[in-house]
Ligand binder design. Structure first.
Ligand code: COA
Length: 331
């Protein structure tokens, strides 16, 4: 294959499980209220997967929707990523489970771990593999069953997350500039502000570890909040600069859906009021699925249209962050 420069999104899809958990429902589980949650986060409800639904099942639904939207067969996919922090198992990868479920038998498959930033990291990685000729058509999925890994006794974290999946099919070519240059970053020195400390090789599964609830997500909310605002705003500016664009040329900004106050603070820093897509009220933070779901909804409801310039930005555990800009070439 010849190296190519333009790589575009040709289809998107998303899926959230049927069960809705409202703030009022949460108030029956932990000491909280709809007023507290909504005023601090902008969230009203989130979707929770059924006991027999694993992350790959959510990812599969989103993948099927994206393939249908792109109008291509699963056998045309030659690269398949799942970005997730809630895999079906440590191994094999959730991507391999999705491959089997959708029949993408010509794809090579792996998971990508960048916590809530995973979808944008995957999009960037897949774009580069296509641009250099290593793959032709990629299916990039962000999928999470966060409800398995959060501590339902910890009101400071359990209210924040939901389950879901989003996907995009990307291919070489397309009108316009496609997926442009990204600005990405990480800072591992801040890992302990947002992590799941137990269950891996550092702190293996044991009765003691489980009794201490170390297998659940832990977070220093205020610290994470501050870093998220600074890093996402910075990354957007860097991505705009790399692509010789100004903020006023962007039709729609789609940030990671973690908290409406984080989004509002970014909007203020960048001066982009009225051009930001949010759905955190309906789904809460679905981690690596959040950006993918928001992008799919923005495309389907007409917020973004062919020829529009769209900026994406993410932040997550690691810390990891990034932003990129794309010219929407799908009609
Ligand atoms: N309901 C009611 N009260 C709650 C609560 C809840 N669900 N969770 C925490 N509180 C209480 C705390 O115990 C604390 O009480 P105290 O003052 O008596 O100690 C008080 O509310 C303030 O807690 P604090 O954590 O300082 O609140 P905050 O204004 O920072 O909001 C978050 C908390 C988690 C909503 C906010 O920090 C946040 O969104 N951070 C970023 C999280 C995030 O997006 N993470 C993922 C990034 S990918």
């Amino acid at each position: 294959m010849e190296p190519t420069r333009t790589v575009s999104i040709i289809g998107t899809g998303s899926y959230v499980p049927e069960k809705v958990l409202t703030n009022q429902d949460l108030a029956k589980i932990v000491d909280t209220s709809d007023e507290w949650i909504h005023s601090r986060t902008g969230m009203r409800e989130r979707h929770i997967a059924a006991a027999d639904q694993a992350t790959s099942d959510l990812g599969t639904e989103a993948a099927k929707a994206a393939l249908a939207d792109a109008g291509i067969d699963a056998e045309e996919i030659d690269l398949l990523f799942v970005a997730t922090l809630s895999p079906d198992m440590f191994f094999p990868s959730t991507a391999c489970f999705v491959q089997d479920k959708i029949g993408a038998k010509n794809a090579f498959c792996y998971d990508l771990g960048a916590a809530c930033s995973g979808f944008l990291y995957s999009l960037e990685t897949a774009k580069n593999q296509i641009a250099c000729g290593a793959a032709k058509t990629a299916l990039v999925i962000g999928a999470e069953k966060m409800s398995t890994f959060i501590d339902w006794e910890d009101r400071s974290t359990c209210i924040l997350f939901g389950d879901g999946a989003g996907a995009a099919v990307i291919q070489a070519g397309g009108e316009g500039r496609g997926i442009m240059q990204a600005a990405m970053g990480s800072d591992g020195s801040l890992a302990n502000l947002l992590w799941t400390p137990g269950g891996g090789s550092r702190n293996p599964i044991s009765h003691e570890m489980i009794d201490q609830r170390q297998h659940y997500l832990k977070m220093q909310g205020r610290e994470v909040f501050k870093h998220a605002v600074v890093r996402m705003a910075e990354a957007v500016n860097q991505a705009l600069e790399k692509n010789n664009l100004r903020a006023d040329e962007i039709k729609c900004f789609i940030p990671h859906q973690a908290n409406i106050r984080i989004i509002d603070a970014i909007v203020k820093r960048l001066g982009i009021a009225g051009r930001v897509y949010t759905n955190v009220e309906k789904y809460a933070n679905t981690s690596s699925a959040a950006l993918a779901i928001a992008m799919d909804e923005a495309a389907k409801d007409g917020t973004i249209q062919q020829g529009d310039l769209v900026a994406l930005t993410v932040f997550g555990g690691g810390f990891t962050w990034g932003a990129n800009v794309l010219e929407w070439s799908k009609s």
